[in-house]
Design a protein around this ligand. Structure first.
Ligand code: PA5
Length: 448
């Protein structure tokens, strides 16, 4: 792996100084060491830390074999899951797949669709309608096995699959990814004899993309999971505590964003200039939002697709409240080449670009935007990705995970819990009068 993703912070230096960044280097290093010593907050959820380097070839081969079996039987695979049991797989699959894959006639890969990430009745109806005449399979992912959204979707999809191919055949088309010993999905998978993969106890949802939670759907989509893991393992080594701060991009990113936060930049927008990265940003939002947004503190994470959103949110970013900073995901080299053709009449006035690549225009938009945003009071961090490939997406995943752990510790919170996500569930169960929530049901009725 010759190249690596790069972090550039020179466009934050008119807001915070290099000295300010360097003065926090030792704190970031300590936080990184704390992660590796395993004696910090949430230390029972550090299974992701050495995960890339500890995944065995045999484990990856086993996942690949299951993926191949689904690929051979199914035109469509429905990936059921929400939050950390959904976003990582979708982030990688969409980053690395053809944007028009779904519309190709001679597809090499099954269509991957998602369910259980919402409770939209129309969404489910339309999905069932689409699946009606298709040969499909299901990967059901839930660590707890009790999350309402995926459990509801799975119940409906399982019943449809059984109607379509019979109970016996359906068993070979359903794979469960869940807890090693507990939960409704574990019990069901055991009873039905589904192929089952375990989500390690010490890996939380938003850090689980390199477990079967992400790897199985990614392999089904036809992507190379060995290269993905190798990229992450490379970054694991390159962000270890023994790597000097000057070379440790995870520590540098953690320091830079915390310094900006301390200067009143309470919102971080992750901007991409490649639409394939839309879901990568969704994954990032969960990773940072759920890890740091607690104890009444934490940067608010948002994401924008540029240049698309420059024609909408661009106004706010340029001139709205000055509480934001921007982290740009920049892909250095596109996979393909499209050049601007010469036009005899030049009615659109674009002949000055003749022979230039579309990516050249995109890169000038990126640079122009960064400079404009800095001028408008928006500090800019840039993360350059050499190209969209499994290796570099693997690097990017681990980079963000590691920086998130360090950043959360710098902020003083436990980056590995998510107590706040329970509040809506409690109210929803009370409103639904779920058994066990009778008292809450009575109480909540009085508030309506
Ligand atoms: O990060 C998290 O913990 C959450 O986003 C969970 O992954 C999400 O709620 C799904 O949980 P489960 O896998 O238990 O169904």
């Amino acid at each position: 792996m010759g190249k690596t993703i790069k972090l550039e912070v020179n466009k934050v230096l008119s807001f915070i100084s290099q000295q300010e960044i360097d003065s926090k280097a030792s704190i970031a290093k300590k936080c990184n060491e704390t992660l590796h010593k395993g004696d910090g907050k949430g230390n029972d959820f550090l299974g992701w830390l050495n995960l890339p380097s500890s995944i065995t070839e045999a484990h990856l081969n086993d996942i690949q074999a299951t993926a191949n079996s689904l690929r051979s039987k199914c035109e469509v695979v429905v990936v059921v899951g929400i939050g950390g049991s959904y976003l990582g797989a979708r982030a990688v699959i969409e980053s690395l797949s053809n944007s028009f894959d779904l519309l190709q006639k001679d597809r090499k890969n099954p269509v991957i669709v998602y369910a259980g990430q919402n409770i939209g009745e129309d969404y489910l109806y339309e999905l069932l309608d689409y699946l009606k005449d298709k040969s499909f399979g299901i990967i059901n992912i839930s660590k707890s096995g009790t999350t309402t959204e995926p459990a509801l979707a799975f119940r409906i999809l399982k019943s449809e699959l059984e109607k379509s191919v019979g109970k016996e055949e359906s068993k070979s088309r359903i794979v469960a990814v869940t807890d090693a010993a507990r939960g409704a999905l574990h019990t069901l998978a055991k009873k039905e004899g589904y192929k089952m993969y375990v989500i390690p106890d010490n890996v939380g949802g938003r850090f689980s993309v390199l477990t079967p939670v992400g790897l199985l759907p990614i392999a089904v989509a036809g992507l190379n999971i060995k290269k993905l893991v190798a990229g992450a393992a490379f970054m694991e080594k390159n962000t270890a505590p023994d790597v000097a701060f000057e070379n440790n991009i995870a520590e540098q990113y953690a320091v830079t964003r915390n310094e900006l936060y301390g200067k009143g930049k309470k919102i971080e927008i992750l901007a991409n200039y490649n639409p394939k990265l839309h879901f990568f940003a969704e994954w990032w939002k969960q990773l940072y939002g759920e890890s740091e947004g607690k104890e009444n503190k934490g940067i608010f994470n948002a994401a924008v697709d540029f240049t698309t959103d420059l024609h909408s949110m661009g106004q706010w970013i340029q001139e709205g409240e000055r509480t934001i900073f921007e982290t740009v995901l920049s892909v250095a080299n596109p996979a393909y080449k499209v050049e601007v053709p010469f036009d005899e009449e030049d009615l659109d006035g674009l002949n000055f670009l003749k022979g230039k690549r579309v990516d050249f225009v995109n890169k000038m938009a990126e640079l122009g935007t960064q400079l404009a945003h800095v001028d408008g009071g928006v500090p800019n961090i840039k993360i350059e990705i050499p190209e969209l490939s499994e290796e570099y997406i693997g690097q990017l995943i681990y980079f963000f995970e590691k920086a998130c752990g360090i950043s959360g510790y710098m902020l003083g919170v436990n980056p590995f819990d998510q107590p706040g996500v329970e509040a809506y569930k409690k109210n929803m169960f009370a409103l639904l009068n779920k058994p066990g929530f009778e008292k809450e049901h009575e109480e909540i009725q009085k508030r309506l």
